[in-house]
Design a protein around this ligand. Structure first.
Ligand code: IMP
Ligand code: MG
Length: 180
């Protein structure tokens, strides 16, 4: 199916920024890098819902090796803006002690969500923690922490698709679309 160049979500128009084909190649490459790095370590991929459900599904299959997958649900966004308050909607139920954890994010914007979650995770004594994010907005980052695996760095513009939403719409788009 030919992917649309422009899409609408609620009242706003968005234009194609990263195509499905480019995304697939990128995620395959990230999976291979992770596979080399985590060979024989049975890493735990920890997806951050809702946004990362598509990326996590693709990344763990691109990884290919032995691994486990779990999710947490954190929320800080409403509409186009981060609220600055990070709520834990579904907490971590998997035992991460002595596990190699790879936190999987759809996008890191201000960094607040992950910055706030990191101490909670480290308190649970994982063997290691690394971050894999599909997108990063370098100009928006206010809270710094090491991000080991980055798909694309993008300008500070609102995007939807590939799991990302504008008020819950657009998550099922195959490409990444930026606000017009
Ligand atoms: P942060 O805490 O500011 O880094 O925000 C991270 C979360 O905000 C992401 O996991 C997304 O759910 C959401 N978010 C940030 N930027 C965008 C965007 O451009 N489109 C859709 N959601 C976004
Ligand atoms: Mg998210």
């Amino acid at each position: 199916m030919q992917e649309p160049q422009t899409v609408k979500a609620h009242d706003l128009s968005f234009e194609l920024m990263i195509s499905e084909k480019e995304i697939q190649a990128k995620v395959e490459a990230m999976g291979e890098i992770l596979q080399k790095k985590y060979k024989g370590k049975n890493p735990l991929f920890l997806g951050v819902l809702n946004g990362s459900f598509v990326f996590t599904a693709d990344l763990v299959r691109a990884f290919g090796g032995t691994c486990e997958v779990s999710f947490i649900k954190l929320s800080s966004y409403s509409g186009l803006e981060s609220t600055g308050e990070v709520a834990t909607v579904i907490g971590l139920t998997t035992d991460v002690e002595d596990r190699h954890v790879i936190v999987v994010e759809d996008i890191i914007d201000t960094g607040k969500t992950m910055h706030d979650f990191l101490p909670t995770l480290k308190n649970m004594n994982p063997a290691s923690v690394a971050f894999a994010t599909f997108l990063l907005k370098p100009d928006a980052v206010k809270y710094k922490f090491p991000i080991e695996y980055i798909g694309y760095e993008i300008p500070n513009k609102f995007v939807i698709g590939y799991g990302l939403d504008y008020n819950e719409r657009g998550r099922n788009l195959r490409g990444i679309y930026q606000l017009k």
